[in-house]
Every structure is written in structure tokens, then in C-alpha cells.
Design a protein around this ligand. Structure first.
Ligand code: SF4
Ligand code: SF4
Length: 472
């Protein structure tokens, strides 16, 4: 096996997957890991660039490209190629708090700007990351650190999603007493209830929570701050408070008839599905035998499609309000993420229903039905000068008895900010840095708006560093 010419010698391989027919029978991960030799070859494709764009955490045309965590990608790629997996894992762990999450759900911002992708296929960095963390857990290289020297400073973290967890880990590793409060029954926030099990198995989230507990972090569930635990008590009981509550307010769906039974927001649909799955209960929102329409073609819309397919929907239609994007290979480097992609859920639905389920430039005009939805009127639109305009004579009625709205989040709900006694502007806690006042800091989507798991993790780390800087 050669290294210097690895990018010429070995084609990029995407991980094998179970057939659609097999994988939609359950909600488990459907990827088949490479064997070690193949993984080494994939790592050998890395050119160890003098300027490794992959780890550069840049913004190009307003989009994030390069790893926001600045993971030491060429270093661990090289160590994988050499078979020095433990060394490689140690390099990975220096910057990545939870590679098992990012290795599964990150869109791979590193790969979008990998030099190999200028005129070919990028290095499979994300698969290499997941390989390393799998090796680390399998071989017992990750052990709870029980010898942390404590500094006596107590920090409360409100919210156990990616930002809250990474802030908690960073501070706990550095000797702070950390307590994480979660309003739900299970910990992980979006990682637990916003991402379906086939994309990130919940046993993996629970494994990490157990590890953090073993390292001394206290986790408190079913506790909403301002309701079950007053802000006054929180301020009295802790030296520092970090809010990392994500974005809970969905973009409103205002079509006529939006209040009919059978219309759900994606967050409720996915949360209930995962909760029922873990509690081994039958699905409360069941797609079986129904004509399901998903509104919104982003990552979450795709997750809803994959969920509906697994539940046995009679048909699935995905409505996307924007124009059909150009094919990825027509865009200049590093803009490939702006191109058309067919993610797992859409691929499954296209396979099961024998046609492309996506309809672009299409939105819902009206939800039909007496009490429950039994059809929708859709229409085509153009995006002109910053707003959507109807295309005349394009209205049509299509069957629908379950409508899932996946149009993203606008930010923090008024209910949350009121309960935390915080002032939100335009649904966000608008801050320049992390400080809300002399005791409270805010990080992640709650401050920045809806974003990616990897960006929330990085913001959690930066917020923890801010707190540390106050106690030097
Ligand atoms: S966290 Fe995301 S961007 Fe960073 S190395 Fe992993 S897959 Fe790439
Ligand atoms: S840009 Fe691609 S080839 Fe270059 S160091 Fe990063 S992963 Fe390796």
C-alpha cells in the first residue's frame, strides 16, 4: 500500500449499506463498516496537504466549510494508514469532544473543501473519524477519568444537547463541579429526540452520558428551569450558569386549515417516534397505510421521510419551496454542499415508491378535511426579489392524511425565555460574546440560531473557555 500516491491509487469508497428492503424493517443504523485494510486505504487517500483546508473552520459565501472543531485530520488520517489507531484516536480526542456523534451526523464540512475534491472525490474523513471512535470504545481506550482535581467552582448547565454537553465535558475535565439540567426525560436534547435512531442510535448517546456521569457530571432530568427549579435558586446554588437550550420554536406553518388533526411539526413527530421506540410503545403518530406529505426538504425533512417509510406509509411526498439545486458536480470547489443531494430517507422512499418523491418550488395553500386532514391544496412558487410569488394556474389537490411540517426553527420560544427570565430579540438571546450577565452565559443555537451539531459543540467549548477565563 502506498501513501504518497494513495489519492491516485485508491478510489473513494462510501460505506456499504444494507439494502433498502432490509433496513426499513427497523430503526437501526444500516451502515456496514469497512474492514481494516479498506479503512487504511481510505486514510491513505489523504495527501497531508501543506494547507489542510479540511480543518480550517472557514466561511465561504456565508457557508461553513472546513471542520469547525479544527480536527487534526491529516494527522489522524496518516496514523490510521500506519495502523496506529490508538495514537490516531488520541489526536482526534484533542479537539473532538464526541466523535461518535459528529462521525454519524455531521454533514462533513471537512470533506466539502478537501483538496482531493477539487477534481475528484474527497477523502472519506467522516468515516475515518467514526472508525477511530468505534475502535476506541471497542478496545477500552476510553475510560472515565476519576482523578480530576476539583477547583470548587459549581456550574449549572441548562440543556443537554450538543452545546450543553460539550461545555459540560470541557469544564468537568478542567475541575469544575458540573450539573446538567434537562427538561425532558432523557438526556441529549436534539441528539436524543431530534435525530432519528437510524441516523444516531440512542444507545450511543446514552453510552456517552454514562461516561460523563462516571467522570463526575451530575445529570438532572425532567427539570425545567423556572418551573421545577426557580431561577432564584439556580442563581444562589451555582457560581456560573450556562444556558444551552437550543431552538425550540418551529417556523410557523400558516396555511389555511393548519389546525386540523393530522398536522404535526417535525420536532413533535420525530420526538414521539423515538420516545415510543425507546419505551417500546406503539407509535402515537403512525404513518402506516397513510398518504404522508412532508413540508421542507432539509436534513430534518429527510429524517421525517425515512421515519415515514419505516412506519409503512402508503405514499410519501416531499415538498420543497426552493428551486431544484444544480447537480453537485456542476458547482466549483468548495461549493458542493449547495448542490442537489439525495440523502438516505429520500433514497429509501424513491426506491420503495418507484419514483422521485420530491416536488420543488411547491408549498401548501390549504389543508383540507372536516376535522382531520384528508388532502392538501398545493401550489408552485417562484422566489423573486427576496419573496415568494405564486405561479398562476398551478394549484392542485393531492391526497394527504398525515402532514409533517419541517420548515426549520426560528429560535427560542417565548415560553422558554420567560421561564428563564431572559430577554430574547427576534427569538434569540442576542449576544456579542457569551455573557448574558455576570453569572449567566449562553451558547449554541439558543444564541446563534439553528445550526449544526458540530457548530453547537464548538460553541459549547468556546463558552466553557469563556467561563474559565473569568476564574483565572
Ligand atoms: S466533525 Fe464534521 S467537519 Fe469535523 S472532521 Fe468530523 S465530519 Fe469533518
Ligand atoms: S484537505 Fe483532504 S487531502 Fe488535504 S489534508 Fe485534508 S483530508 Fe487530507
Amino acid at each position: 500500500m502506498g501513501k504518497n500516491t494513495g489519492f491516485l491509487d485508491y478510489p473513494r469508497l462510501n460505506k456499504q449499506e444494507l439494502s433498502v428492503e432490509e433496513r426499513i424493517k427497523n430503526f437501526f443504523d444500516f451502515h456496514i463498516p469497512f474492514d481494516e485494510e479498506k479503512q487504511k486505504e481510505q486514510a491513505a487517500r489523504c495527501m497531508n496537504c501543506g494547507v489542510p483546508f479540511c480543518q480550517s473552520a472557514m466561511k465561504v459565501n456565508g457557508r461553513n466549510v472546513g471542520c469547525p472543531l479544527s480536527n487534526l485530520i491529516p494527522e489522524w488520517n496518516h496514523l490510521i494508514y500506519l495502523g496506529l489507531y490508538e495514537e490516531a484516536y488520541k489526536r482526534l480526542a484533542k479537539t473532538a469532544p464526541f466523535p461518535e456523534f459528529t462521525g454519524s451526523v455531521c454533514p462533513g464540512l471537512c470533506e466539502a473543501c478537501c483538496s482531493c475534491s477539487i477534481n475528484g472525490d474527497s477523502v472519506g474523513v467522516k468515516a475515518n473519524e467514526l472508525f477511530l471512535i468505534d475502535q476506541a470504545f471497542k478496545n477500552g481506550w476510553i475510560k472515565p477519568n476519576k482523578n480530576i482535581v476539583r477547583n470548587g467552582i459549581r456550574v449549572a448547565i441548562v440543556g443537554s444537547g450538543p452545546a450543553g454537553l460539550s461545555a459540560a465535558k470541557h469544564l468537568n475535565d478542567r475541575g469544575y463541579y458540573v450539573t446538567v439540567f434537562e427538561k425532558n426525560d432523557r438526556f441529549g436534547g436534539l441528539l436524543m429526540y431530534g435525530i432519528p435512531n437510524m441516523k444516531l442510535e440512542k444507545s450511543i448517546v446514552e453510552r456517552r452520558i454514562r461516561l460523563l456521569q462516571d467522570e463526575g457530571i451530575i445529570f438532572v432530568n425532567n427539570t425545567k428551569i423556572g418551573v421545577d427549579y426557580s431561577m432564584e435558586n439556580l442563581r444562589n446554588d451555582y457560581d456560573e450558569i450556562i444556558f444551552a437550550c437550543g431552538t425550540s420554536k418551529a417556523r410557523p406553518f400558516t396555511a389555511k386549515g393548519n389546525d386540523k388533526k393530522g398536522v404535526y411539526y417535525a420536532v413533535d413527530f420525530l420526538t414521539k417516534t423515538t420516545k415510543n421506540l425507546l419505551d417500546e410503545k406503539k407509535f402515537e403518530i403512525n404513518c402506516k397505510g397513510k398518504d404522508v406529505v412532508i413540508v421542507g426538504g432539509g436534513d430534518t425533512g429527510n429524517d421525517c421521510v425515512g421515519t415515514a417509510v419505516r412506519e409503512g406509509a402508503k405514499s410519501v411526498t416531499l415538498l420543497e419551496i426552493m428551486k431544484e439545486p444544480p447537480e453537485t458536480n456542476t458547482l466549483p470547489w468548495p461549493n458542493y454542499p449547495n448542490g442537489k443531494k439525495t440523502d438516505y430517507g429520500v433514497f429509501e422512499a424513491n426506491t420503495v415508491y418507484g419514483k422521485d418523491i420530491r416536488r420543488y418550488q411547491t408549498t401548501v395553500e390549504e389543508v383540507l378535511g372536516e376535522d382531520s386532514v384528508n388532502g392538501i391544496v398545493i401550489k408552485r412558487v417562484n422566489f423573486v426579489a427576496g419573496k415568494f410569488e405564486d405561479i398562476p394556474d398551478t394549484k392542485e389537490t393531492i391526497p394527504c392524511d398525515l402532514l409533517v411540517v419541517s420548515m426549520g426553527f426560528v429560535g427560542t420560544s417565548e415560553e422558554d425565555s420567560d421561564s428563564y427570565e431572559m430577554k430574547a430579540e427576534k427569538n434569540r438571546i442576542q449576544l456579542k460574546g457569551f455573557a448574558y450577565d455576570d453569572k449567566i452565559s449562553v451558547c449554541g443555537d439558543m444564541k446563534n440560531g439553528q445550526s449544526l451539531v458540530v457548530i453547537a459543540e464548538k460553541d459549547g467549548i468556546d463558552c466553557a473557555e469563556y467561563v474559565i477565563s473569568k476564574h483565572k
